[in-house]
Write a protein that binds this ligand. Structure first.
Ligand SMILES: [Zn+2]
Ligand SMILES: [Zn+2]
Length: 866
């Protein structure tokens, strides 16, 4: 694409952004494995390839891109990789819907291929949006967890942890979704409130209350509180289970709440976590009444084959018919549900694979990581310290990393592949060697697959170069950016896995971002209709305006409300800055040869001081990832300091002067514009590149972060006074209905220090401005009287007019000092409190002037032109 060298009048983001997308090369963002620069590796989140890169992703990636671009400009060898966390239920469910099948209708291979194909299409869609947003992703470090080169590493990590004892298999109660027919982890259980019925009936005369009568066939004991006198002496006895007729023991346990229902509870395997606890503690029987598809088993007798819901209805109907249902009450309940399909979870005891959780080690490692904002650390700590069960990592699904294990048909031994032979699908191939225990050659491959967090929790190992050894060459990464919604999962599991596989923390820092809420302040959802696709924003306002909203909308870590106003404000700021840039480029576009030594005039020195202070502020904000602070610093400097004060002050010099004082301004204008572009480049990469390109100094992204330390205390102080005087006199003109360029006579500034401003103030104010350290000889004269009619009217009524005439006639000294009485029509009249005030004017050498009082005792006199 070729472009004219004319600077366009208006800034139109979309063609500009499309142009730079064509110009920029992917290679510019590649991590250089042989560079000697300091490394900065980002453990980017691998999103789930839904095909829809939503605004929450966009917000998250804006933060990552601000950091990546900033760190590159600071001279780091940055790796901003991009992964795709492909495996898992949502894709399986989507494939089942799209093809109108269930996973069991086709072979595992065919089903996997369907999932694979859908995932590839979805990744392509999301990549396109990411590119359009201007994210400087290192596409040479892209990884896709469903591909063999990645899941080989997941399998190696599994084998290593199995061998070290951190992974084991066991039959143990786990959270189970009977719709998805798979075990799920605690982190995948969501809780909902609902109202249900509490049913009361008798076990041999002892009343029991339960919300889940369908679990009667799984009842293994009745528990009462040891101090509950109603049940004194029942411990150790047995009670008959109604409808089913078998007997269960009565046990006592301090955890029973005597206030709930009748104070006697039935323990089932398993109604809830408490049942699991009691079951273990009292070593009770295991009665499995519900199978993995959510249907009643044979121990449910006549109810076998029914769903749990059908079974509950039938049991309650049968109880009513037999007259044994005493009563029913409403009960408010929190129910755990599958995160994916919202089906209430069951707790089923099945053979599963588990990862051991060492809470203390995880908390210790988490403390060694810098959390930003720091209060996010406590979320990790709270979660880690309340974990009671190990992490169930086996899933009874298809589209996931296979568990690389066989079982010997002869002796049941667990047989493992060699690491060199990975990846393997044990359901498709057999072990190379005979069973090491019994010599048998017939095996069954493990059908269970791994939780997808087993893939994503080694993302940091993957990006730091791990290939199954001990500690990867580039480990740990410098930063993990992620949302606070996945602290319990991705952050927690990553720390756990890094400790297990390397013995140390995964990253130096973790930056936690908030969630994006709809404009109405609620979580975005289809049902509320408050979803904003990033494409809508890009289409109308371009990527840079979207990125500015991300930066300014909230403090880092806080939830952010989507706001079209912020997007529009970002777009307007670009227009404003473009106008500033055009002015600067037209004046100073070809003054690139000047050096800082050309800065000789007070206003220019002052601006350079302010620019240095802004660079320091924005640098500090970027270092601490406070993007809202960084963008505010850039906007305030550009708009308020540079455009409104400085440019207005030096315009006259540019038009009227030539020689060194003009050169001083040209250098300063250009330096300020170039520095603004460089500071703004991480947030608005397109706009900054476009402006900077007219300075002919190469790409702004390769220009380095501005390093400016212009210090001149006198210039900072005197320049601030100069700017204040000019803006106060301009305000004076405005307040008195004068045009800003209207001529004034003499303006005298009485300050403590003399100022040499090279005529800037005179030109800016269209006046003869002089600066003096002398004290002003002001003569104060009463010129008029202001009356307060609100006081005079009620107090004096028909005497008001005469009163005012009498006051006006008073000698000046009385007007200044006030009097207690005046004479109206020969009568002494008291002066009401606050009835009048003298109006003063000032004179200098006999001429009437206006007086402006500034900070620190600075006086400005303005002589108007008659
Ligand atoms: Zn489910
Ligand atoms: Zn064997």
């Amino acid at each position: 694409m070729s472009r004219s060298t004319e600077i366009p009048k208006a800034y139109d983001p979309n063609p500009v952004e499309e142009y730079w997308l064509q110009e920029w090369k992917d290679e510019d963002n590649y991590f250089d494995p042989v560079s000697t620069k300091p490394r900065f590796i980002i453990d980017t989140p691998p999103p789930y390839p839904t095909g829809n890169f939503h605004i929450g992703n966009g917000f998250n990636w804006c933060y990552i891109d601000f950091i990546a671009r900033y760190k590159r400009m600071r001279g780091y060898n940055v790796m901003f990789p991009q992964g795709w966390d492909c495996h898992g239920l949502p894709t399986e469910v989507k494939v089942e819907e799209t093809h109108g099948i269930t996973k069991n209708d086709v072979s595992r291979d065919v089903f996997r291929q369907m999932c694979h194909d859908l995932t590839i299409q979805n990744i392509e869609k999301m990549r396109a949006t990411m590119r359009r947003c201007g994210f400087s992703i290192d596409w040479s470090n892209e990884y896709v967890t469903m591909l063999p080169e990645y899941y080989r590493k997941t399998q190696i990590s599994f084998l290593r942890m199995l061998k070290s004892g951190d992974i084991y298999q066991s039959e143990h109660p786990v959270n189970f979704c009977t719709r998805c027919e798979t075990a799920i982890a605690f982190a995948e259980v969501t809780y909902d409130d609902r109202t249900t019925l509490l049913n009361f009936f008798d076990f041999d005369g002892v009343e029991i209350a339960t919300s889940r009568p369908e679990l009667l066939a799984a009842c293994v004991a009745v528990a009462v509180h040891p101090d509950d006198e109603r049940y004194a002496g029942t411990a150790g006895k047995t009670l008959k289970v109604p409808l089913f007729g078998y007997s269960v023991p009565v046990i006592t346990d301090g955890a029973v709440d005597p206030e709930f229902g009748s104070g006697a509870v039935m323990i089932c395997t398993f109604g809830d976590k408490q049942d699991v606890h009691w079951w273990k503690q009292h070593q009770l029987d295991l009665r499995k009444a519900i199978n993995t598809s959510g249907r009643m088993t044979s121990i449910a007798g006549p109810y076998e084959g029914l769903t749990t819901k059908e079974c509950r209805e039938r049991i309650l109907a049968d109880m009513k018919e037999q007259g044994i249902l005493n009563r029913q009450e409403n009960l408010e309940q929190r129910v755990g549900a599958c995160w994916r399909c919202k089906t209430p979870i069951e707790i089923l005891s099945e053979r599963q694979w588990f990862v051991k959780i060492h809470n203390e080690g995880i908390i210790k490692a988490a403390k060694e990581i810098k959390w930003m904002p720091d209060h996010m650390y406590s979320r990790l700590e709270n979660w880690a310290s309340q974990m009671e069960w190990d992490w169930c990592i086996s899933r009874q699904r298809v589209f996931a990393t296979p568990i690389p294990v066989w079982f010997c048909d002869g002796c049941g031994a667990t047989v493992l592949p060699d690491e060199a032979d990975l990846p393997v699908d044990p359901t498709a191939v057999t072990p190379k060697n005979a069973c090491p225990v019994c010599g048998g050659t017939s095996f069954t491959g493990e059908k269970d697959v791994l939780d997808t967090w087993m893939d994503s929790s080694i993302s940091v190992l993957n990006v730091t170069g791990w290939d199954g050894g001990d500690i990867p060459e580039r480990f740990p990464a410098q930063i993990r950016p992620q949302g606070h919604d996945i602290i319990r999962t991705w952050a927690f599991y990553t720390i756990l896995r890094s400790l297990a596989l390397t013995g140390s923390k995964p990253w130096d820092e973790i930056l936690v971002n908030g969630m994006v809420l709809g404009e109405d302040g609620f979580k975005m959802s289809k049902s509320r209709g408050n979803i904003i696709p990033p494409e809508d924003i890009l289409k109308d306002y371009g990527a840079d305006a979207f990125r500015q909203w991300s930066a300014i909308g909230a403090a880092t870590g806080s939830d952010i409300v989507f706001s079209w106003n912020d997007v529009v404000a970002g777009s307007r700021f670009q227009t404003k800055l473009w106008n500033i840039a055009r002015f600067v480029l037209m004046q100073a576009g070809d003054s690139g040869d000047f050096t800082e030594d050309s800065v000789t005039v007070l206003a220019d020195k002052w601006l350079m001081c302010r620019l240095s202070a802004t660079v320091a502020e924005v640098t500090d904000a970027m270092e601490s990832y406070q993007f809202d602070r960084a963008i505010r610093g850039i906007r305030e400097f550009s708009r308020d300091v540079f455009a409104d004060n400085y440019i207005e002050l030096v315009k006259g010099r540019l038009y009227e002067d030539e020689g060194p004082s003009r050169d001083s301004a040209l250098y300063t204008l250009r330096a300020a514009l170039a520095t603004i572009c460089r500071m703004f480049a991480p947030i608005t990469p397109f706009f900054s590149e476009e402006c900077f390109s007219y300075l002919n100094e190469g790409s702004v992204h390769a220009a380095g972060w501005p390093d400016l330390s212009f210090v001149d205390m006198d210039a900072a102080r005197n320049g601030a006074l100069l700017v204040e005087v000019v803006s106060e006199v301009r305000r004076f003109k405005h307040d008195n209905g004068m045009a800003l360029n209207a001529p004034l006579g003499q303006v005298v500034v009485y300050a403590n220090e003399g100022i040499e401003d090279a005529g800037d103030a005179s030109r800016a104010l269209n006046a003869k401005v002089s600066w003096t350290t002398e004290k002003p000889h002001l003569e104060q004269v009463v010129s008029d009287v202001n009356f307060s009619m609100g006081i005079i009217g009620p107090a004096l009524r028909n005497k008001a007019r005469g009163f005012m005439d009498a006051v006006r006639a008073l000698p000046e000294a009385d007007l200044r000092n006030g009097v207690s009485h005046v004479t109206v029509d020969g009568e002494e009249v008291a002066v009401p409190e606050g009835a009048f005030e003298p109006v003063y004017v000032y004179r200098v050498a006999g001429a009437t002037v206006d007086v402006l009082t500034l900070k620190e005792g600075v006086i400005v006199t303005v002589l108007r032109i008659a």
